[in-house]
Design a protein around this ligand. Structure first.
Ligand SMILES: NC(=O)c1ccc[n+]([C@@H]2O[C@H](COP(=O)([O-])OP(=O)(O)OC[C@H]3O[C@@H](n4cnc5c(N)ncnc54)[C@H](OP(=O)(O)O)[C@@H]3O)[C@@H](O)[C@H]2O)c1
Length: 240
């Protein structure tokens, strides 16, 4: 498939998995909107992508703000006139037992990991349905189906993301929009360093490997519908 001129919005692209996905999509010839709160990191990524000929558009926005989904889609359409691919990747996690989690922490994880993607999908559908490669990729987690100690609110938010993604996939299939979730175990990013400081990140899944899977999902256009891809690391330790 020729992706030249297509447009993708990748949330949480200032670093980690989102940065790798944004770079990969731009190498496929896709116009990419990169977004997050960290203006300096997004500017650095913009320059990196420009050095390989891309012209990404930066939007500074906080996914915990209920107004952000509408803003991101509006500005994407203003800049590129279309939207073909939405990657809901921005994520936030704190490692705390259920008994020590505060209401504000619960609300923040639900807002960034579940409510934001839900309403971004809603805002994006009218534009995606005009595309011949309309794709939504929601980055979930192994804790979107399992539970680990000290990750109750994070797991609840990722279960919520998985839940609405299953419904969305069926609702928008008649519109020609594919919806996929990717549920990784430990990926070598800032997040895992915060959540699991005991883990040697060199043995974890690398962010580029998640970008490989996104590229596969975009380029695979067969009759099979792929709902969810679970991704575990290959070296067999208990941590997924
Ligand atoms: N790393 C893992 O082991 C792992 C495993 C399974 C699933 N995941 C999921 O993968 C996704 C990416 O995580 P990562 O590992 O790449 O983490 P990361 O390195 O911590 O990056 C998180 C990204 O989300 C953005 N973000 C966080 N809070 C935000 C907010 N309030 N508004 C807008 N953007 C916000 C950050 O951008 P700013 O700081 O610029 O706002 C950053 O770009 C997340 O959904 C995460 O839950 C990660």
């Amino acid at each position: 498939m020729d992706f030249t001129g297509k447009t993708a919005l990748v949330t949480g692209s200032s670093r980690g998995i989102g940065e790798s996905i944004a770079i990969r999509l731009s190498l496929l010839g896709i116009h990419v909107v990169i977004t997050g709160r960290d203006a300096a990191k997004l500017d650095a990524l913009k320059h990196k992508m420009q050095s390989s000929g891309a012209e990404p558009h930066v939007i500074i926005a906080d996914m915990s703000n209920p107004a952000t989904p509408e803003q991101l889609i509006r500005e994407t359409i203003q800049r590129f006139g279309r939207l073909d691919i939405l990657v809901n990747n921005a994520g936030y996690a704190v490692s705390k037992s259920l008994s020590t989690t505060e209401p504000e922490e619960w609300d923040r994880m639900m807002a960034i990991n579940a409510r934001g993607p839900f309403f971004l999908c809603k805002e994006a559908i009218p534009y995606l349905q005009k595309s011949d490669c309309a794709t939504i990729v929601n980055i979930s987690s192994v804790v979107g189906r399992l539970g680990y100690e000290k990750q109750a609110a994070y797991a609840a938010s990722k279960h919520a993301l998985m839940g609405f993604s299953k419904v969305l996939a069926r609702e928008v299939q008649p519109l020609g929009i594919r919806v996929h979730t990717i549920a990784p175990g430990g990926v070598a990013t800032d997040m895992v360093k915060t959540m699991r400081s005991d883990i040697d990140t060199s043995s974890l899944i690398q962010p580029e490997e998640i970008a490989d899977i996104v590229e596969f999902l975009l380029t695979y256009r067969g009759n099979a519908m792929i709902d969810n891809i679970d991704v575990r690391r290959s070296n067999g330790t208990p941590f997924a």
